[in-house]
Write a protein that binds this ligand. Structure first.
Ligand SMILES: [Zn+2]
Length: 247
């Protein structure tokens, strides 16, 4: 039996002008058929050291011949001038116990629980308002990168907000694409230099800390934003009765 608790208003991303990050063009997504204005940025370190290592980007290993996946943590903002939501992925949590085959990936309750627990630990430590902003998984070998019917079901069930993204990656062909929201149209995806993100954050911090801009409610709202997405019943995989299956 589900206990429905609806005390939280839906998350609304903070408004911010989209910065100009240093984009590493060789690592961009394919950007094939862009159908959404939204944008996904991912830090180079997260891309290379977390997702790349997990999926064996550019390598052919025993593990990466089958599908693998995980969840993505990042910050979400909305640029009102462009009416664009953009996320900056800063952490990837691999579903290490997921059962994959060359065309199928199944993440059961225990895998979700492991990933969400790891996310909780990370979110508690960070001072920034990171959230679970989506998921990633591989289409290995000769598979193209696209959202299959099963992928769309997973997206609709767990990541249907218009600020939640999916990345599909082929580590052998070294291609990837990003998709967003309920119907998962493709959106632009970019790998960015960590330093350009850190520079932007430092600038933002200076603005935030300017005496004339300090507001009494600032600390309080920051605390709320740090909460993991598990506050939202709809998006909490733990309360779903059917384990998600990826294809
Ligand atoms: Zn898939």
């Amino acid at each position: 039996m589900f206990k429905i608790i609806d005390i939280n208003r839906p998350f609304v991303p903070a408004e911010k002008v989209e910065p100009k990050f240093h984009i590493l063009e060789q690592r961009d997504s394919q950007n094939l058929r862009i159908g959404a204005l939204h944008r996904l940025y991912i830090l180079e370190s997260t891309w290379a050291e977390e997702i790349g290592v997990h999926l064996g980007w550019g390598k052919r290993t025993k593990q990466n011949r089958v599908e693998q996946g995980g969840i993505l943590l990042g910050e979400v903002f909305h640029d009102p001038d462009q009416n664009r939501t953009f996320v900056i992925v800063q952490k990837a949590i691999p579903g290490v116990s997921a059962q994959g085959s060359p065309g199928y990936l199944s993440m059961g309750h225990s895998t979700w629980e492991e990933m969400l627990n790891e996310a909780d630990v990370f979110l508690e430590r960070t001072e920034y308002p990171l959230r679970i902003i989506g998921w990633y998984h591989s289409h290995p070998n000769e598979l193209p990168v696209f959202m299959s019917g099963t992928d769309l079901n997973t997206q609709a069930k767990f990541f249907h907000n218009d600020w939640q993204f999916s990345i599909v990656i082929n580590p052998h062909k070294q291609i990837w694409r990003a998709f967003v929201g309920l119907n998962a149209p493709e959106c632009e995806g970019f790998v960015i230099a960590d330093q350009s993100f850190l520079d932007w954050r430092a600038e933002e911090k200076v603005i935030e800390n300017a005496p004339e801009l300090v507001k009494p409610a600032q600390e309080e709202s920051r605390d709320i934003e740090i909460l993991p997405e598990s506050e939202n019943q709809d998006n909490n995989p733990n309360i779903q009765s059917i384990p998600p299956k990826y294809e």
